[in-house]
Write a protein that binds this ligand. Structure first.
Ligand SMILES: [Zn+2]
Length: 279
């Protein structure tokens, strides 16, 4: 059979290379919450497109909605009792990657010879990157509009660059919505930032053509958000040097998947979904 009959060069290549599994992209959005997304979908065009083509659900955490612990569990597959990492700071000391005695999905896959990149993963501060040279904005705790913008732009630009390298797995995480919601929960200002995030999702997922091929995608948050007084767990003191907090973490997290068969019921399942699809 003549190869030219098979169509475009790209199709020929994928037909001739069985076992080419495509890329797996986990886009983490710290604190993304359905209670902001759902009522604003008419203005969040790319969230809407994702929800339309993918499978979406609420993940209700059984564990405390603490960012450090949830992201750690998500990428190690372990429960808090096993990874024992509950907080960015313990006894006045910042906890480092080396202090957490677990393998993460990037460690596991790299040993298998896979090409893995992880960008700005906030299970520690400053957020952790693997196989990527990246300086987190504001030590991973961006606190003002300038820093929020900078994080949005720089994480997007770096993630695009990494997608173009076609790794087996890319994990990229934005932290800014968590910070914005702590300070501005209940204000229209929060929706404005979701719209900016929505544009970046469009650039990353749709403008790059990522979903045109047989690639796999998870878009997920570590917890949702609610007003400060409503939260079952207080994650920060109400009074901060930057002002009084208006919002805090809620146990309902956001999830949309595209082309992922593994059923994700809790953060830890992200580890197993990746392991099953990429290993
Ligand atoms: Zn968080």
């Amino acid at each position: 059979m003549a190869l030219k009959n098979l169509g475009s060069g790209r199709k020929v290549k994928s037909l001739l290379l069985p076992g080419g599994k495509g890329m797996f992209f986990v886009l983490g959005i710290d604190a993304a919450t359905w209670t902001v997304i759902t009522p604003n979908l008419s203005e969040l065009r790319n969230f809407k497109r994702l929800i339309d083509i993918g499978k979406s659900k609420t993940i209700t955490l059984k564990e405390k909605p603490i960012s450090a612990s949830v992201w750690c569990g998500m990428f190690s597959g372990k429960l808090l009792e096993e990874h024992k990492h509950e907080s960015y700071v313990v006894n006045g000391e910042i906890v480092k990657r080396e202090d957490i005695k677990v393998d993460f999905i990037w460690d596991v896959l790299e040993r298998e010879g896979k090409k893995v990149k992880a960008l700005n993963v906030p299970f520690v501060v400053p957020p952790y990157s693997f196989g990527v040279n990246f300086k987190p904005i504001g030590f991973g705790l961006p606190t003002n509009e300038k820093e929020w913008n900078e994080e949005l732009e720089r994480v997007t630009a770096k993630a695009k660059e990494l997608l173009a390298e076609k790794p087996d797995l890319l994990i990229a995480i934005y932290t800014l919505l968590d910070r914005i919601q702590h300070f501005h929960w209940g204000e229209d200002y929060v929706v404005e930032w979701y719209k900016r995030m929505d544009e970046k999702i469009g650039e990353l997922i749709f403008d790059t053509g990522f979903l045109d091929e047989n690639n796999k995608l998870i878009v997920i948050s570590d917890h949702g958000f609610c007003s400060f007084g409503e939260a079952k767990v207080q994650t920060l003191p109400e009074q901060t040097p930057e002002g009084k907090l208006k919002g805090d973490h809620h146990e309902d997290a956001f999830l949309v998947t595209v082309n992922v068969d593994y059923e994700i019921e809790r953060p830890q399942d992200v580890f197993f979904a990746i392991e099953e699809e990429v290993s």
